[in-house]
Ligand binder design. Structure first.
Ligand code: KIV
Ligand code: ZN
Length: 405
């Protein structure tokens, strides 16, 4: 079924270039140190994720606690149009717990993972690669007893030998996995390298295209490449991207959903072929909600949703903005639900921006008074970082008073 959205017009999930957005804010995102969400908060975020148009909500890791189990259960019962996934290790009781949590849901998935890199095999699992393959196959088949939609992740995939990655991918597809996610678990990959992993695995395994298996990326931001790597993965053939609102997640976080979406939209000339079902006008409100409920503040200069993302302080920039906003803005803030761009008045601001603000405040002053107001404004701006509307009003009132005397 195709739908229409503000971002791409007609959106068809069956299109070969459709990118499924797998949101893991409630699972990997909630694993951020300092984040905490109770079950009703998770349910509210899940409702908003569905309204945003994500394709999959990873609602939690049911074996980890009764709370996680309960929220995966509640979310899979309520959410009807979006796939709800529960995470599971390759451990029978984990899979059973995930299976019970999603039971009765309308669209459900179990996401099974097992580490495959040499360092994880030798130092974490103490298992040979062949044992990991056998365990993974068994676990995927077990998960298939609960749902036809099973995702498998070779954890630390980007640091796994390529031949092993191909072997385990082929094996778990045979066992019933329908999505294969190759995570950059520790944010180590470089974009070209990560993209190449996807094209290589796909070239080696024709079964991927024959069976319509979806390849997926899952990027962490340890070197700041999570979004770039996600886009490289799409170019290599990934058709599902795992990400979180505000990029929250373990350590330096996961790929930020809003950044991926706005890169695809803003540079549609470059990424023209890719579409998603995301309704971009909901990005900012959901960013605020996730920040408020998790208690994780969004850094001021964060792309797309940070407080400064559409704020301009320098006089040259403000002057350009007043003449034509495209001089210094590549996106329209209102498209993503940000109320407006801000011209922040501070010591770098010019007379043009001050005049504009004065008029917005309802004053009409002549050029002579503007000169004295501007002088007083500059003196104040040197003493304090931001000059607020009340400060400007006080300066004008004082100047008017002086003029009357
Ligand atoms: O980063 C990672 O490898 C994960 C897996 C569970 C997919 O979060
Ligand atoms: Zn992760």
């Amino acid at each position: 079924m195709s739908t229409t959205n503000q971002q791409f017009g007609e959106v068809d999930p069956n299109n070969a270039k459709y990118i499924r957005i797998f949101d893991t804010t409630l699972r990997d995102g909630e694993q951020s140190p300092g984040a905490s969400l109770n079950n009703s908060e998770k349910l509210e975020i899940a409702r908003q994720l569905e309204a945003l148009g994500v394709d999959v909500i990873e609602a939690g890791f049911p074996i980890t606690s009764q709370g996680d189990f309960d929220s995966v259960r509640a979310i899979s019962q309520e959410i009807q149009n979006t796939i709800v996934a529960g995470l599971s290790r390759c451990v029978p009781r984990d899979i059973d717990r995930a299976g019970e949590a999603i039971k009765g849901g309308n669209k459900t998935r179990i996401h099974v993972f097992c580490a495959t890199s040499k360092i994880h095999r030798e130092h974490k699992l103490n298992k040979a690669f062949d044992e990991i393959v056998a365990l993974s196959k068994k676990s995927v088949a077990h998960a298939r007893e609960y749902t036809d939609d099973v995702e498998f992740s070779p954890e630390d995939g980007s640091r796994t030998e390529l031949n092993h990655l191909v072997d385990i991918t082929g094996a778990v597809i045979e066992a019933g996995a329908t999505t294969i996610n190759i995570p950059d678990t520790v944010g180590y990959a470089m974009p070209a390298e990560y993209g190449r992993i996807f094209s290589y695995v796909r070239e080696q395994l024709p079964i991927i295209d024959e069976k319509g298996i979806i390849l997926s990326s899952h990027c962490h931001n340890d070197l700041g490449f999570a979004v770039a790597n996600s886009i490289a993965a799409m170019q290599g053939g990934a058709r599902q991207i795992e990400c979180t609102i505000n990029g929250i997640g373990e350590r330096a976080g996961n790929a930020a959903l809003e950044e991926i979406i706005m890169a695809l939209r803003t540079r549609a000339d470059f990424y023209e072929q890719f579409t998603t079902g995301i309704k971009i006008e909901k990005l900012y409100p959901l960013s605020r909600m996730v920040s408020n409920l998790t208690g994780l503040l969004v850094q001021r200069n964060k792309a797309i949703v940070g407080e400064n993302a559409f704020a301009h302080e320098s006089g040259i920039h403000q002057d350009g903005m007043l003449k034509n906003r495209n001089t210094y803005e590549i996106m329209n803030p209102t498209d993503i639900g940000v109320p407006e761009s801000k011209l922040v008045l501070g010591k770098h601001s010019g007379r043009h921006a001050l005049k504009d603000r004065i008029e917005q405040l309802g004053y009409s002053i002549d050029d002579e008074m503007l000169i004295s107001v501007y002088d007083a404004f500059k003196t104040l701006a040197d003493k304090k970082k931001d000059v607020y509307d009340e400060d400007i009003e006080a300066i004008i009132d004082k100047e008017m008073e002086t003029e009357r005397q």
